[in-house]
Design a protein around this ligand. Structure first.
Ligand code: 13P
Length: 245
């Protein structure tokens, strides 16, 4: 299977910038073996999907509501993302968990909504610095996995240690290897054989310089890239470091 390189653009880019960035990624994607995905703000998903038509680059949202429609001012439903061209959706990102109080149970409901709309969820898990210093990182991630994933789960996991997000501090390859091995064990424990096929991405300050090392770690099936995905050349350089897994 090819590695998945996903760009989380977070709350960045005006519409023209989003379309230009998408076109630059598509223009350079021709020789890339990895599966490519970009996730703009919901407002730009339609325009970016249009700009990427005929390319190998997929589009996703960064969040969705747990219900398909209704009285939820300001929210975006999974079928709406799918309707305008999204195939994926990031769920339970730490910035949503921290800034919007999202719980594991809510993320699980959102996964069900995404699946019902035909979207593939990328569920983010990861510990805080305090939890890691306290030696609780596997316990925390284990709970997040059991609470956030519905059964069956047809999606991807992204391990994003909070202290590595936007900080320029990357987890060491050994940290990543240990956590990804733990996540695989947990998935097999919780999902049986099906748990072996769930892809596990790494996220947190992935850059062209550290991508070859991180993407070579066992059980790393790709990367969820924040800051570096806002520069097409950097994003493509990360994707060039991908391998078959
Ligand atoms: P950075 O790559 O900017 O650290 O962000 C990682 C992230 O949160 C991707 O979802």
């Amino acid at each position: 299977m090819r590695q998945l390189i996903a760009g989380n653009w977070k709350m960045n880019c005006l519409s023209a910038e989003a379309v230009a960035l998408a076109k630059d990624v598509a223009a350079g994607a021709g020789d890339i073996q990895a599966e490519l995905l970009v996730c703009p703000v919901a407002l730009h998903v339609a325009a970016v999907a249009q700009a990427l038509k005929g390319s190998t680059v997929a589009v996703g949202g960064q969040d969705c509501h747990q219900e398909a429609k209704g009285a939820h001012t300001g929210d975006i439903a999974a079928p709406m993302l799918a309707d305008v061209g999204a195939a994926w959706v990031i769920l339970g990102h730490s910035e949503r968990r921290q800034n919007h109080g999202e719980t594991d149970e809510l993320v699980r409901e959102k996964c069900l909504a995404a699946a019902a709309a035909g979207l593939t969820p990328i569920v983010c898990v990861g510990e805080t610095e305090e939890q890691r210093v306290g030696g609780q990182e596997t316990e925390v991630v284990g709970w997040q996995i059991s609470g956030s994933l519905p059964k069956p789960f047809n999606g991807v996991i992204a391990y994003e240690p909070l202290w590595a997000i936007g900080t320029g501090r990357t987890a060491t390859e050994q940290d990543v290897a240990n956590m990804h091995a733990f996540i695989r064990e947990e998935l097999v424990r919780q999902f049986g054989e099906a748990g072996r096929g769930i892809r596990i991405l790494y996220g947190g300050s992935v850059r062209p310089a550290n991508a070859p090392g991180l993407l070579a770690v066992p059980e790393v099936a790709g990367a969820l890239v924040g800051g570096a995905s806002l520069n097409a050349a950097d994003f493509l350089a990360i994707a060039r470091a991908a391998r078959s897994v």
